[in-house]
Design a protein around this ligand. Structure first.
Ligand SMILES: Cc1cc2nc3c(=O)[nH]c(=O)nc-3n(C[C@H](O)[C@H](O)[C@H](O)COP(=O)(O)OP(=O)(O)OC[C@H]3O[C@@H](n4cnc5c(N)ncnc54)[C@H](O)[C@@H]3O)c2cc1C
Length: 461
């Protein structure tokens, strides 16, 4: 490795960290997986330097771990023994904002929040939004096909990327910096790199879609009596708000009251406890009309008995207070450790029986298990945590829940990806033929297996 490192150090636009200069931040992501110390951290600041880095690694059969902002939750960016890390933080910046085309061209290491703020300054929005916005990079968002809070209206990251540039395992640069919504000239190659978690190439630049800002936003925190009403209300709001429903976040009592009872800075705005809560938003173009529509629709839902109680945000402070409860998930680790954390999806029609089956099977194996449940229900995405307080129970809970996900034709990852954590569970959501095709693609594009090896797909036999 010594000779390779010397060659990497000599490349223009490159920076190589070694030994004690590799700070702890390069050892881990936000998952609970064990950290790993890379043999070196290579930080190119141009596509050319990234390409030369990969050419050298390829020639020396050197395996690499790809790193963005390291906020991933499935261990994909954590270096394994013998790997060097390629970190994109210096390949950073906005290259162009095209007002007429409503696009922004960015380098992969640009933090999501920087992109959001630049869009805002120009009178647009870039609608991808997640709690890690200040630290995660757009390259990480693209390679994980991140979801977040506005998928209901704008889709996942895949829907927000018009073009991209990626560097293949052997250093070949694929430049597909398309700016057009329509382009059917052959294979749409960008999809090889979106959501493939750095296993087929390293994203170096991207063209992103921007959208006009909404003129109005109405927010409510609703209390409901059961999940059936949650689904009926979702359909009602989707049809009444015709394209303007922008959030529909559901929090079961277990999650809602865990947060409001335990986190000092977050209180329940309700005096009574309800079985389930919905945080919903409408975003539109006419403040007065939209507010009337929002109020009238929710009043009718209350009269119909669909909504048990409702609080409307009258100020940005109210809105922030409601979202604090939803975003309180970040505080849970202060109170409980050794948790099994799930980011799964199942069809909405199966959600209630799925949760009942999970509870039945988990309790049968791990009798004192508790569950906290919330989710982006309109996206079929459930997040939940199972815990007993003992590390010894964690694996059993993962095994049981992922099996039940498979039984209900769901996905073991709705948005966080597979990383290293879920490779052993992929077969619950993908057929053996699908996995074999993924392995064939990996073999064709990275025959030496140097890029993020051992992530996402189990190795071919
Ligand atoms: C508080 C918090 C809230 C979160 N909320 C959400 C949420 O709502 N929705 C959601 O989807 N995720 C969420 N996440 C997970 C995480 O933020 C996303 O997965 C994010 O997209 C990762 O970006 P990153 O730059 O941190 O990537 P990293 O963690 O550095 O990497 C993630 C994966 O992508 C690969 N990778 C990184 N950069 C590149 C690149 N340029 N080219 C190729 N491969 C690359 C890595 O090898 C790794 O496999 C959250 C995380 C936290 C900590």
């Amino acid at each position: 490795m010594q000779e390779l490192i010397q060659q990497l150090q000599e490349l223009p636009d490159n920076d190589v960290l070694l030994g004690d200069s590799i700070s702890e931040k390069y050892h881990h992501d936000w998952s609970a997986d064990a950290p790993g110390i890379p043999g070196a951290v290579v930080r190119p600041s141009s596509t050319q330097a990234l390409s030369e880095t990969l050419k050298l690694c390829h020639a020396s059969d050197q395996q690499v771990a790809v790193q963005g902002g390291l906020t991933g939750l499935t261990g994909g960016g954590i270096p394994k023994a013998g790997e060097i890390a390629i970190n994109l933080e210096r390949l950073n910046g906005i290259e162009e904002l095209d007002v007429d085309a409503m696009t922004m061209t960015v380098k992969a290491g640009t933090p999501l929040q920087t992109i959001q703020e630049a869009a805002d300054d120009a009178g647009f929005i870039f609608p991808l939004d997640l709690g890690a916005r200040g630290t995660c990079n757009i390259g990480g968002n693209i390679s994980t096909n991140a979801g977040g809070n506005q998928v209901l209206r704008f889709g996942m990251t895949r829907a927000l990327v018009l073009g991209l540039e990626a560097v293949m395992a052997d250093g070949t640069v694929i430049t597909s910096m398309n700016k057009m919504l329509k382009n059917n000239a052959g294979y749409d190659l960008k999809h090889l790199f979106i959501g493939t978690e750095g296993t087929l190439g390293i994203v170096s630049r991207a063209v992103l879609r921007l959208f006009p800002k909404s003129a109005s936003r109405c927010t409510a925190l609703l209390a409901l009596n059961n999940f059936k009403d949650v689904v009926t209300l979702l359909h009602k709001l989707t049809s009444e708000f015709s394209g303007m429903l922008s959030a529909y976040e559901v929090m079961w009592e277990s999650y809602f009251h865990f947060i409001t009872d335990n986190v000092d800075t977050i209180d329940s705005p309700y005096d009574t406890r309800y079985p389930i809560y919905v945080l919903t938003e409408l975003e539109g173009g006419d403040p007065e009309k939209d507010a009337d529509l929002f109020m009238n629709t929710l009043s009718a839902a209350m009269e119909d008995g669909l909504v048990a109680d409702a609080l409307i945000a009258n100020s940005e402070k109210d809105r922030e207070g409601f979202w604090k409860i939803r975003d309180g998930v970040g505080e849970i680790s202060e109170f409980i450790r050794d948790t099994a954390n799930f980011d799964i999806s199942v069809p909405i029609s199966s959600m209630q029986p799925f949760l009942e089956q999970v509870e039945k099977e988990v309790i049968a194996e791990v009798p004192n298990a508790k569950t906290l449940i919330w989710g982006h229900i309109a996206d079929s995405n459930l997040h939940f945590i199972c815990y007993t307080g003992s590390h010894d129970d964690v694996k059993a809970m993962y095994d049981i829940v992922y099996k039940v996900v498979g039984d209900f034709s769901g996905s073991v990852s709705a948005e966080h990806g597979i990383g290293v954590q879920k490779t052993g569970y992929l077969h619950h959501s993908r057929t053996s033929e699908e996995i074999a095709l993924m392995q064939n693609l990996k073999g064709a594009l990275d025959p030496k297996g140097i890029l993020n090896s051992g992530r996402v797909i189990p190795k071919a036999l």
